[in-house]
Design a protein around this ligand. Structure first.
Ligand SMILES: [Zn+2]
Length: 176
């Protein structure tokens, strides 16, 4: 259930920078895209463009009290990426959601996402996030796993392999 740790940023600026610096395989810089905005100016400075002032940064910074809101709206966006099956976008979504979970102190969610398999463009990882934060609308009647995404919805590999579709019916291609 929701706790205080789920509602706000629980990490210090120093912890945030340490995580940015130790992020492995973050070739596209997705980790700092989420984390830096929750870092104070002095700590973030070496990572900012030259000329960014404390005043500029005060406007750029995200509100730590609204991190949950930001994470939830990003989750909705991530579901769209799964539906679209855009591989690289989905991978970015997974990385960013994981970082939001980390910001809120949910190491358990970070671990769950890392442990979840990555078929169907990250759907199981996004599902692990959604389930932890109570954002999943329905569980699959067949396998009991949370159903994520629209259209070609995903619940589990077992259902996927059995070719069960738990989302709205796909439009048939043969309309002649
Ligand atoms: Zn299922």
């Amino acid at each position: 259930m929701a706790t205080v740790a789920d509602q706000t940023v629980t990490r210090t600026s120093a912890e945030i920078i340490a995580r940015v610096q130790s992020a492995e395989d973050d070739f596209f810089g997705w980790v700092p895209e989420v984390l830096l905005a929750y870092c104070d100016f002095e700590t973030a400075k070496p990572f900012l463009k030259d000329g960014v002032t404390a005043e500029d940064w005060a406007e750029e910074m995200a509100d730590p009290a609204k991190v949950r809101e930001a994470a939830e709206s990003y989750y909705e966006f991530a579901l769209g990426k799964i539906a679209d099956e855009r591989g690289i976008s989905a991978e970015r979504s997974v990385t960013k959601l994981r970082e939001y979970a980390w910001l809120m102190g949910r190491d358990d969610v970070v671990d769950a996402m890392d442990a979840a398999p990555y078929p169907q463009y990250g759907a199981p990882k996004v599902a692990a996030f959604g389930e932890a934060f109570g954002l999943v609308d329905s569980d699959c009647a067949t396998c009991g796993q949370p159903v994520v995404g629209e259209g070609k919805a995903y619940c589990s590999d077992a259902c996927r392999l059995a070719d069960k579709d738990h989302g709205p019916d796909e439009v048939g291609g043969d309309e002649s």
